[in-house]
Design a protein around this ligand. Structure first.
Ligand code: FEO
Ligand code: CA
Length: 610
């Protein structure tokens, strides 16, 4: 869950319109009159039951586990009665391929048959398809990025073509077959179902931008195929059994050292330096000045069929291009497919896609095309607790030739600029989005934004109510009529993260329960518990405002009561000197720490969290 982002603010748009400032003032006036709307409560920073949907306080807790304390130890901790077992770590073979070499001497070709680094979004798909099995299935796992200091013998010096190839093989996605035997999950080896997508896997482009001029390169003159997916962060899963992986900070792999970087690249954070991955030094397509269309082919949602390794994955361009964080799928009452998506950068937007055609249960082939055609919207939050979804369609809402958009492909490749144009609301780094399984409320983690209100950047507003928002918050909304395809909604803030005891008022959270900061992963279980994973940046872990929070953690929240209880703490982290602070999971004899997927089980076989 890499949270290091360039401090540069890519969104220089001035779409905080006068009408918003005026209505914000009106909201504040209402507050003074005693009209306690959602927005006003957010400004006060005090907890209150949702004004959107008052509901009875539960008499008993949703949770039956004993919360765990914060931790700075180099272990995973879970409550009494639970176990956390390592299933699959960087370098482990996906099938019967090469074993991990603890001195990092596996070659690039070997890495292509092994787990990548930095496991992020993951999803379990039961075997066989449609069975609902919870004892055998396919696990799709994102490999978000590389720590090249750990990935190679000798780290990044010298930097070679082989090391670039290995880095490209260590990102992407795995699909592994897993089975529960005698109470223990393990990976099935060999498995004909195992898949590995890397930074070089051929992926088909589909939707309105496929084949268009801005997608064509010298290597791929048709604009229909791109090599690779990378910075795969959060995810989604469709009702027809496909996996959606989200390309997030793709800009960091490119550099552009030309005299003038085009605005369309600047808007996505492409700059002279990149994020230090240095792929361009041995793979020229990551030089964005020489290959200006190559970046246009990243920043998409990729659809993968975990059940068919021979099916080519697809970048679905109708879902827009940005630093995708999550693609959370739900269905409208008429069975059209709705996908909620965040754009994780400071002052960026929240989006949703609504398919043109409806999901058809029996027809998997037709369903595979549902994400190719539909309407993309961006969220405009109003300070009075209402909101609307603004359509990003060429010819609508001023998205036309006069405003610089020549086609729908142009709107999609430059989704951020389209959002600027229609007045989308700048949020504090939208990460995962989760839909409540019963009441359909939608929750979005806004992980943090230390630039809010700092050095001339946009100041606090009711939706993002804290300047220098180092701890983040979770916003939620309810679509009009409970229909996910609606174009209007009501919103409020579920929780302001942080420590209620923090002496700085602007940083105090209003958590009812265990403290946390930087919410990132969000997922609802069937009981309606909201699971929250944190991603405090290693650069601030254990320091200053974060001194009391310890390692990154997972918590469970009850939307009905606001209770938050800590369920898990992770191992230590420090990318600058990883071997000095962590040897997880192999211990000191392992040579280097490895990111890994763990399995948590309740020892009595019960449901997690009960
Ligand atoms: Fe990859 Fe926004 O976390
Ligand atoms: Ca994330």
């Amino acid at each position: 869950m890499k949270s290091e982002i360039d401090d540069e603010t890519c969104n220089r748009s001035t779409n905080w319109a006068f009408e918003e400032i005026l209505s914000q003032r009106l909201a504040r006036r209402d507050l003074m009159k005693g009209g306690l709307g959602a927005a006003a409560l957010a400004l006060l920073g005090g907890w209150a039951p949702s004004p959107m949907a008052p509901r009875a306080e539960a008499n008993t807790s949703l949770f039956g586990f004993t919360g765990v304390p914060v931790s700075t130890r180099d272990v995973v901790t879970v409550p009494p009665g639970y176990a956390a077992d390592v299933l699959y770590a960087w370098g482990d073979p996906i099938s019967d391929g090469p074993a991990f070499k603890p001195d990092a001497s596996n070659t690039a070709a070997e890495q292509e048959q092994q787990a990548g680094m930095h496991h992020d979004g993951l999803h379990f798909f039961p075997l066989p398809l449609g069975s609902g099995s919870s004892t055998r299935g396919l696990l799709a796992v994102n490999h978000e990025y590389t720590d090249d200091g750990l990935l190679h013998v000798g780290g990044m010096e010298p930097w070679t073509a082989e090391k670039v190839a290995k880095a490209q093989a260590a990102v992407g996605v795995s699909v592994v077959e897993v089975v529960l035997n005698d109470g223990t999950w393990r990976i099935v080896r060999p498995s004909r179902s195992a898949q590995r997508l890397t930074g070089r896997t051929p992926i088909r482009l589909a939707g309105p931008a496929a084949g268009q001029a801005m997608m064509k390169t010298g290597l791929n003159p048709t604009g229909l195929t791109v090599l690779g997916t990378m910075n795969n962060c959060a995810h989604g899963a469709t009702p027809w059994g496909t996996y959606l992986t989200c390309e997030e900070n793709f800009n960091g792999y490119f550099v552009n050292r030309s005299a003038s970087i085009p605005p369309c690249q600047r808007r996505y954070g492409i700059n002279e330096r990149g994020a230090g991955y240095r792929w361009h030094e041995h793979d020229p397509r990551f030089d964005a000045s020489a290959h200006p269309n190559e970046p246009n082919r990243f920043g998409w949602v990729v659809e993968i069929d975990p059940y068919d390794p021979n099916r080519q994955p697809v970048k679905q361009t109708a879902l827009g291009r940005f630093k995708h964080e999550g693609a959370t799928v739900t269905l409208a009452p008429d069975n059209r497919v709705v996908v909620y998506m965040g754009d994780d950068e400071r002052f960026e937007y929240i989006y949703k896609f609504v398919s043109r055609k409806a999901f058809a249960h029996a027809d998997r082939e037709t369903n595979r095309r549902l994400l190719e055609e539909g309407t993309l919207y961006v969220a405009r939050f109003h300070p009075d607790g209402r909101g609307d979804w603004r359509e990003l369609t060429h010819g609508v809402n001023g998205l036309d030739q006069a405003s610089g958009f020549s086609s729908q492909a142009d709107v999609l490749v430059n989704t951020r600029a389209a959002g600027d144009r229609v007045g989308a609301t700048k949020m504090d780094r939208p990460e995962w989005i989760a839909v409540h399984p019963r009441n359909r409320e939608v929750y979005c983690a806004l992980t943090n934004n230390a630039s809010r209100g700092v050095e001339g950047r946009p100041g606090p507003d009711p939706m993002n109510p804290r300047s220098n928002n180092v701890f983040g918050h979770i916003v939620r909304w309810r679509e009009t009529g409970g229909d996910p395809s609606a174009t209007t909604f009501e919103w409020d803030i579920f929780v302001l993260c942080g420590d209620p005891a923090n002496p700085q008022e602007a940083k105090q959270g209003n958590i009812k329960g265990d403290i946390f900061g930087s919410p990132d992963g969000l997922w609802f279980d069937d009981r309606g518990a909201l699971w929250i994973q944190t991603d405090v940046s290693p650069s601030v872990l254990y320091k200053g405002d974060h001194a009391t929070m310890g390692n990154n953690q997972m918590l469970a929240a009850d939307p009905a009561t606001g209770e938050v209880r800590r369920f898990l703490t992770g191992p230590r982290s420090d990318p600058a000197k990883p071997t000095a602070v962590s040897a997880w999971p192999d211990g000191p004899a392992g040579g280097r720490p490895r990111s890994a997927t763990i399995v948590i089980r309740k020892r009595d076989g019960g449901v997690i969290g009960t």
